[in-house]
Design a protein around this ligand. Structure first.
Ligand code: ADP
Ligand code: MG
Length: 268
């Protein structure tokens, strides 16, 4: 008997809101699908921005990640088509707001998503990649994502308190490693909303690079209005305007990420 091949699982996480997690998760998942890797984007944010950004309206979110975490449905049952070949979505609704309380008495509460991905890996529906869009908190939803993930991708906005937030995230990653997921890796830190004409942005970038070294991706994502317009059309920026500076940066990021994937999997 061959062991089930688990999908590669990447969590896009940072407990700060508005740093580019959802934009990164959507465009990463789209680019992976475009290169022929079947991909499932799991929306773990009660705000459901990744679901809206992929054009799945609240009315259409029949089975959601809430149903998966509460074990009413399997992850396969939560998979919605996105209209983009190779890309499916497990959508989120506001129901997720109560998950911490609802699961508080369950000893397996941190493992709910990991178990759902494991169950999916034993079926034909299993994709090659799972990308998880985390909420802006370090509560049970993000802990579920970190428990299920092989690696964390952390978008970091180039602003004054960026490093402070990062050290909290690194502490949580190390707690998850010490408890439930010893192999959790850091895929990298992605600097977002970079403005090369702004001194503070340049200074923060230099600080983050000198402190975090190779963990920081060479590719940075510029501040780009096309990236912020795309979700209102229910489309990833890569489909809304592939030529814009933001989309081009995400294509470079994904190519760098795939190089890192090769190295990480070669080392495993
Ligand atoms: P998070 O998921 O971390 O809260 P989002 O990806 O939703 O962050 O981004 C927050 C807001 O900033 C959104 O309105 C988004 O469209 C916009 N945005 C994200 N990245 C960029 C960028 N590089 N340039 C301009 N606007 C961006
Ligand atoms: Mg978000």
């Amino acid at each position: 008997m061959t062991l089930p091949v688990r999908p590669r699982v990447i969590a896009v996480a940072n407990q700060k809101g508005g740093v580019g997690k959802t934009t990164t998760a959507i465009n990463l998942a789209t680019a992976l699908a475009a290169t022929g890797q079947t991909t499932l984007l799991v929306d773990l944010d009660p705000q459901g921005n990744a679901s809206t950004g992929l054009g799945v309206d609240p009315d259409a979110r029949r089975v959601t990640t809430y149903d998966v975490l509460t074990r009413v449905n399997t992850l396969q049952e939560a998979m919605h088509e996105t209209g983009i070949p190779g890309l499916s979505l497990a959508p989120a609704t506001m129901d997720l707001l109560s998950i911490d309380i609802e699961l508080s008495a369950q000893s397996d509460r941190a493992r709910r998503l990991a178990d759902a991905i494991l169950a999916m890996s034993q079926t034909d529906a299993c994709p090659s990649y799972v990308v998880i869009d985390c909420p802006p908190s370090l509560t049970m939803l993000t802990v579920n994502a970190l428990t299920a993930a092989h690696a964390v991708l952390a978008p970091l906005q180039c602003e004054f308190f960026a490093m402070e937030g990062l050290s909290q995230l690194l502490r949580t990653i190390s707690e998850v490693r010490d408890s439930v997921n010893p192999e959790l890796a850091i895929h990298g830190i992605v600097l977002t909303m970079v403005d090369g004409r702004n001194n503070l942005s340049n200074q923060v970038e230099a600080d983050v690079r000198s402190t975090m070294g190779d963990l920081v991706y060479a590719t940075t994502i510029p501040r780009n209005v096309r990236l912020s317009e795309a979700p209102s059309y229910g489309k990833p920026a890569l489909l809304y305007d592939i030529k814009c500076a933001g989309s081009q940066a995400y294509l470079r990021l994904v190519s760098e990420l795939m190089d890192r994937e090769q190295r990480m999997m070669g080392a495993a």
